[in-house]
Design a binder for this molecule. Structure first.
Ligand SMILES: Cc1cc2nc3c(=O)[nH]c(=O)nc-3n(C[C@H](O)[C@H](O)[C@H](O)COP(=O)(O)OP(=O)(O)OC[C@H]3O[C@@H](n4cnc5c(N)ncnc54)[C@H](O)[C@@H]3O)c2cc1C
Length: 274
């Protein structure tokens, strides 16, 4: 049954400091950014929280800049911000590529990278990109700031290490050597949730990350090791097959996902450019 906004409250902090104090003092507050995921839950009648903390006005969380040789992306940067950012296109072109394939223009204008990551769907398109970039999630509470490697952020299906009083402040992306590559396979090119989504770096330090084939996004360490030692394509694909655990669901079958994952890997390794 469709949910209703009646009886729900939105708190509007004007500074990050105020937002963090509100989160510390009130356990029941749920952060909201672009609302593109939250609104879907409301529409499906599965949104249980009643009090929300509106982050949208906190411009301090929207910065994209270089900091100490790393790319810094604030959690409130929208997918459109990522597409338009010259820094993202230069240092993390596969993140701009992923943002371009998220939803349609309206979703790209409202949906944020922080919301995509915090929502913790195994099909989230920026997740394999951030995993392959060795990004770091920066979490902030009223008391402290802590950094969590992206590959340690998820602890299970839709579970993260984020505590209730923490916000994702942003992401640090270290410099990457090699060619970046991103592909998403869905029912159609736009407005489709991924059946398989893969991101990788081809170069001296090969990296492969994949979404929609396990309860959380995966970094494929054994596949990466096989690529690094120059194994044949068949052996690399076998390594991948042992690392993924796809399931049959409403969007696809496990068998289809296995085949597509192997094909995407071959395409990534053969592709001359990102
Ligand atoms: C029509 C449609 C198409 C879509 N297509 C795609 C697609 O192709 N690919 C894809 O990956 N996704 C897709 N999505 C999902 C969604 O748009 C993205 O996940 C988006 O990035 C979510 O960001 P948001 O700011 O709207 O999050 P919100 O809905 O505001 O929040 C989502 C979750 O994150 C939490 N949250 C938000 N910001 C923070 C923060 N800074 N710190 C802590 N917690 C936070 C919220 O509490 C909530 O639990 C689609 C959604 C719709 C409705």
């Amino acid at each position: 049954m469709q949910g209703s906004i009646t009886g729900r409250t939105v708190v509007q902090p004007t500074t990050l400091g105020d937002a963090l104090k509100l989160l510390r003092d009130e356990r029941a507050l749920t952060p909201m950014a672009g609302c593109t995921d939250l609104y879907v839950s409301l529409n499906f009648g599965t949104l249980s929280p009643t009090r929300f903390l509106n982050l949208w006005g906190l411009d301090a969380l929207r910065t994209i800049e270089r900091r100490d040789g790393r790319l810094w992306i604030g959690a409130l940067a929208t997918h459109t911000d990522l597409i338009r950012s010259a820094l993202v296109r230069r240092h993390a072109p596969m993140l701009a590529a992923a943002a371009r394939e998220i939803g349609g223009v309206q979703i790209q204008n409202r949906g944020t990278i922080g919301g995509n990551v915090a929502n913790a769907s195994p099909a989230g398109d920026t997740l394999p990109v951030l995993a392959a970039l060795d990004a770091v999630v920066v979490l902030r509470s009223a008391q402290r700031r802590r950094s969590v490697p992206f590959t340690e952020f998820y602890t299970g299906y839709r579970k993260t290490v984020r505590a209730h009083d923490e916000l994702i402040e942003g992401f640090e992306v270290p410099a990457v050597r090699g060619r970046q590559w991103f592909r998403k396979v869905g029912t159609r090119a736009a407005q489709a949730i991924s059946k398989v989504v893969m991101a990788g770096v081809v170069g001296p330090d090969p990296r492969v990350a994949i979404g929609s084939v396990a309860p959380t996004v995966l970094r494929l360490r054994r596949t990466e090791a096989a690529i690094a030692r120059g194994a044949s394509l068949v052996d690399v694909q076998q390594a991948l097959a042992l690392e993924v655990a796809p399931i049959d669901d409403v969007r696809s079958t496990a068998e289809y996902r296995r085949r597509v994952a192997a094909n995407l890997l071959a395409r990534m390794l053969r592709s001359p450019s990102a």
